[in-house]
Design a protein around this ligand. Structure first.
Ligand code: GLA
Length: 499
């Protein structure tokens, strides 16, 4: 994202604390939360914090943090920008301090013309400013996907065989089997619904989808939302009609039918455009959708090319795939999931990294492996799009998909994507800070034999004792000193909450 040219609300005045450093310092979001906490305790006198960008930024990028003075409320908003142009900073740097040294110092930031307001007002205004900044960048402009989208997608199970009846069955199942209560909302048609265009160039569904409007109405009548799929290229990945040259028309058609979600899959756009044009290509569809006025989730699917996490938000993406396709095998799922470490600073309310849809219940993994899949996806604040046949599900699969304490980790209002905090060979520990001050922790055994896995509390910033709750089992395990260890089966996972 380039330099923001937002206008800062002009009655702001306060102190900005700059933590100098560089991308090389690898300041991690979870560590930087701790850093913010420590800085706030040590120095009560700032309203805003600028820290070095964490991962994947260019050298010199900064993350802008907004902090209320007490540690009761924290908003992290990664803008990836240096302070806004009209954000005047009076340098008050002690002499001899190198900008590359990780030592904080205070600067005054000043806006002319306006009276001082109370601190909370400033904070509020700053928050508005941050939202405005992201609006300007094209993100979160419809208030959708403030938590990772949940629902179902036809591809992983039905692929090109999908029919309107399959989609109806999925909606029936979600509305009646507890999935809707658990938060599953979007019923998404993937590739292979498209027919030909009419004389005016309007896209028509193929014979498997005889009446798209009726299907949309059916899903809506269940209190659910519905998604559709296209490509910026002339053909989709499965060779069906894409949106190339018809972006405006297609956006009108989708929203006219009443769709709430578009997955836009690069596919044959590779033959038409340079990769350097990706941003403008995605932006084109985003603008076309925005002009329809309908709130619509915009899902970028280009397999993580060109570090999409850096610019996905700027082209209006609410989620962007970070990888090539998942498959229903432990090796593939785990390579994708465990590789997400380092992308967490790019996720947040309205814009999420997408490690691809769920395979839970498709039959290629055992119960422990699907437990790993689900536990990891919720720690990643990943979109949860079930990819199985919901009309023929075992009770075990339904339990895996609908465990409320597990899903609460994914949907947590803080919107922080978790990250790896410890690793010993195939044994991994991941953590995700939660809005209530607790920390969700996943213990994973990727190895081929059973092994104990330990979380050392100091790895998540906790000294001494802490309470541990098993989220899959809804069970308080008691208070533990310094660490907690669980015996783990091959390819297994335990998801706990530590407080
Ligand atoms: C690509 C996407 C998949 C699916 C197929 C459909 O491979 O990554 O998720 O949408 O196209 O053809």
């Amino acid at each position: 994202m380039g330099q923001s040219n937002v206008t800062m609300a002009d009655h702001l005045k306060g102190h900005l604390l700059v933590e100098h450093g560089d991308i090389d310092d690898n300041v991690h979001p979870v560590e930087s939360l701790r850093l913010v906490d420590a800085l706030m305790k040590a120095n009560k006198n700032f309203d805003m914090l600028l820290v070095p960008n964490m991962f994947h930024g260019e050298s010199g990028d900064h993350a802008l943090y907004l902090v209320r003075r007490r540690w009761d409320y924290f908003v992290q908003y990664l803008l990836g920008v240096t302070p806004p142009k009209n954000f005047e900073i009076k340098e008050d740097r002690p002499p001899g301090r190198s900008p590359r040294r990780r030592r904080g110092y205070l600067l005054d930031f000043t806006e002319r013309n306006l009276p001082r307001r109370a601190c909370t007002m400033k904070t509020f205004t700053l928050f508005v400013f941050l939202i405005a900044a992201s609006l300007e960048a094209g993100a979160v402009d419809s208030g959708v996907a403030m938590t990772p989208p949940m629902g179902w997608n036809s591809w992983n199970h039905f692929a090109c065989k999908v029919t309107a009846d399959d989609v109806r069955s999925a909606a029936d199942a979600i509305a009646s089997n507890g999935m809707k209560d658990a938060g599953y909302t979007y019923v998404n048609i993937d590739d292979c619904w498209q027919g030909t265009r009419d004389e005016q160039g309007r896209i028509r569904p193929n014979q498997k989808f005889p009446d798209m409007k009726a299907l949309v109405d059916y899903v809506h009548a269940k209190g659910l939302k519905i998604g559709i799929y296209s490509s910026p290229g002339p053909k989709t990945c499965a060779g069906y009609e894409g949106s190339y040259g018809h972006e405006e028309q297609d956006a009108q058609q989708y929203t006219g039918w009443g769709f709430d979600y578009l997955k836009y899959d690069w596919c044959s756009a590779e033959k038409i455009y340079q990769r350097s044009q990706m941003q403008e290509v995605y932006n084109k569809m985003h603008d076309a959708l925005a002009r329809t006025g309908r709130p619509i989730v915009f899902s970028l699917c280009q397999y993580g090319y060109a570090r999409v996490w850096q610019w996905g938000v700027a082209v209006g993406g609410n989620l962007w795939r970070t990888t090539e396709d998942i498959s229903d095998h432990f090796d593939r799922m785990s390579v994708i999931g465990f590789d997400q470490d380092g992308l967490e600073s790019f996720a947040g309310p309205g814009h999420w990294n997408d490690p691809d849809m769920l395979e839970v219940g498709n039959g290629g993994m055992n119960h422990d492996e699907y437990t790993t899949h689900m536990s990891l996806w919720v720690l990643l604040a990943a979109p949860l799009l079930a990819g199985n046949d919901l009309s023929k599900m075992t009770p075990e699969t339904l339990d895996l998909l609908t465990n409320k304490e597990v899903i609460a980790v994914d949907q947590d209002a803080k919107g922080v994507q978790g990250r790896r905090v410890a690793q010993e060979g195939p044994l991994e520990v991941w953590a995700k800070p939660l809005a209530d001050g607790g920390i969700a922790v996943g213990l994973f055994n990727r190895g081929e034999s059973g092994n104990p896995v330990t979380i050392r509390f100091k790895d998540i910033g906790i000294e001494g004792s802490a309470k541990v709750r098993n989220l899959w089992m809804h069970k308080d395990l008691g208070s533990f000193h310094g660490s907690y260890t669980a015996e783990m089966p091959r390819h297994g996972a335990v998801l706990i909450k530590i407080q």
